[in-house]
Design a protein around this ligand. Sequence first.
Ligand SMILES: O=C(O)CCC(=O)/C=C/C=C(\O)C(=O)O
Ligand SMILES: [Fe+2]
Length: 312
Amino acid sequence: MSLALVCMSHSPLFSAGEPPDEIRADVEAAVSVAREFVDEYDPELVVAFAPDHYNGFFYELMPQFCIGLAACGVGDFGSDTTPYRVPAEAAELAEAVITAGVDASVSLQMQVDHGAVQPLELLFGSVAAKPVIPVFVNSVAPPFAPMQRVRLLGEAAGRYLTTLDKRVLLIGSGGLSHDPPVPQLNTATEQQRALLLNGRNPSPEVRAQREQRVKAAAVAFAAGEADIQDLNPEWDRAFLQVCASGVTRRFDDYRAADMTEAAGHSVHEVRTWVAAYSALSTAGAYRVTSSYYRPILELIAGFAVTTARPVT
Ligand SMILES: O=C(O)CCC(=O)/C=C/C=C(\O)C(=O)O
Ligand SMILES: [Fe+2]
């Protein structure tokens, strides 16, 4: 068995927006470092922890964690809609995680959005290039599980994955500090409330409206005119240090309300990193082998890409 990790921010504005050339080139260079790391590792199985932005999971019934036994992209922001190749190990992973006392849901029809799909597209070219087990981690819909529970999810997954005779790549997708215009239940308009409750399969017009809202917010944010929270590079750098420290219990100290206040409503996407790094820690001490960070207004993101592997 072996484990390796890539955790990276995602941004719909990277694929569907128009960031300045210099920023696009800088992020692409960071992603290509991760891609080389993955190419060299040549994973046989990918476990991808990812959030959702009210495309596959809704307040009608919002789990904190869900393991996909089958999955397909909804195609928001032009993302890949090819069905995932989910391997038989997905059911075993679910069994192991739930038996370990982490109450994950399972889905035989998981719908995923750009948050899950973008890293797979960037690292592999397609979601179907590798067998992938998708694991949803609630990152935009309060109330949120304590961070300790996210760590335990990751550790339970990692303990199962280390029993496999396979090279397994762990992916965490999202974060760091950012506050893009994802509707919030406590401030939603009537139309947004219906979306949050169950906005599955929106019409092309509604989909376009949602996407346009995010693109317009990015333009305004870069011009210093958006009504959203600032990025918080200090918070981001401290979080990256915790990841690099290898002491995953330090994740437990983060409190949901403090995170939102310091680093925006979507900072909770770092929960996918917590799960992935905690899973990696079950293979023993690890080392972060590359780390990119840049606060990027045009992508509304404290944007980071890290790779890590066990110390041999
Ligand atoms: O309008 C909506 O409901 C969706 C908005 C949305 O999907 C925004 C996504 C932004 C990110 O994924 C991000 O910056 O992490
Ligand atoms: Fe996101």
